[in-house]
Design a protein around this ligand. Structure first.
Ligand SMILES: NC(=O)c1ccc[n+]([C@@H]2O[C@H](COP(=O)([O-])OP(=O)(O)OC[C@H]3O[C@@H](n4cnc5c(N)ncnc54)[C@H](OP(=O)(O)O)[C@@H]3O)[C@@H](O)[C@H]2O)c1
Length: 218
């Protein structure tokens, strides 16, 4: 059993992930920003913790995550503006690292993005900024010395998972069901020996458990 703090608990990935973690007998706390979300989280067995990534600083986030063993970051600005992308997708993970350090938390999971997304298409400036920002956050986490996993899904689909994936240190670009992203995070969290890894993820043809087993280094 681990005590897991979920940043992005109310999102497409996060709201699928939390019940999986609870089912695996972990204790889950979830960050929320609007009052009506607190009751919904509580009803699902998630301890609600109020905080807005546009405002919270690393110290306050540190107080919020105190007492947890693992932090998962699956929040995102979802194209709502450059300033929000910079603060949520960019500074959010940086604050997470500081908050973790302040509390001796070593295990951090970051949902990033596969850099090949949008290549060859008519990509808007905001998307380029988003991808650059995601990479900067990846780099900050990879340099942290903590026990991180950076998960880089392809383009997300609004679907529950079927447990069939392509998950490895490098896979070619594709789409992925948000439910499969959640299932993958849950599976990785149950394998703490998989750490300091950058992993690509799309829907695929390999059962998730098999794909996760293949990641373990001899
Ligand atoms: N869209 C794609 O194709 C794609 C591809 C690769 C990777 N990703 C990444 O995958 C991750 C998960 O995506 P998703 O679809 O689950 O995202 P989502 O459904 O848009 O959920 C975003 C989450 O972030 C939270 N959030 C947004 N602004 C916040 C703020 N100011 N303070 C605190 N929380 C805030 C949201 O809370 P509220 O419920 O309060 O809004 C929600 O819980 C994101 O990091 C995204 O960048 C996306």
């Amino acid at each position: 059993m681990a005590r897991i703090f979920l940043i992005g608990a109310t999102g497409g990935v996060g709201h699928r992930l939390a019940p999986m973690l609870i089912h695996a007998r972990h204790e889950v706390s979830g960050l929320y920003r609007s009052p009506e979300q607190a009751e919904a989280l509580r009803a699902e067995g998630i301890a609600p913790v109020e905080g807005d990534l546009m405002e919270i600083d690393a110290k306050a986030l540190g107080r919020a995550v105190a007492g947890h063993d693992v932090i998962v970051f699956s929040a995102g600005a979802a194209g709502s503006g450059l300033d929000r992308t910079a603060e949520i997708d960019g500074q959010g993970p940086v604050k997470m690292i500081e908050a973790a350090r302040a509390n001796g938390i070593r295990r951090l999971y970051l949902v990033s993005a596969m850099p090949e997304a949008g290549r060859g298409g008519d990509v808007k400036d905001g998307f380029e900024f988003y991808m650059r920002t995601k990479k900067e956050a990846d780099a900050a986490l990879a340099a942290s010395g903590l026990d991180w996993v950076i998960l880089r899904p392809g383009t997300l689909l609004h679907e529950d998972g079927d447990g069939m994936v392509s998950l490895a240190r490098a896979v070619t670009y594709g789409t992925v069901k948000r439910g499969n992203v959640a299932q993958t995070l849950a599976a990785l969290i149950d394998r703490p020996e998989i750490r300091q890894e950058v992993l690509d993820l799309t829907d695929g043809h390999t059962p998730l458990a098999e794909a996760v087993d293949a990641l373990v280094r001899p």
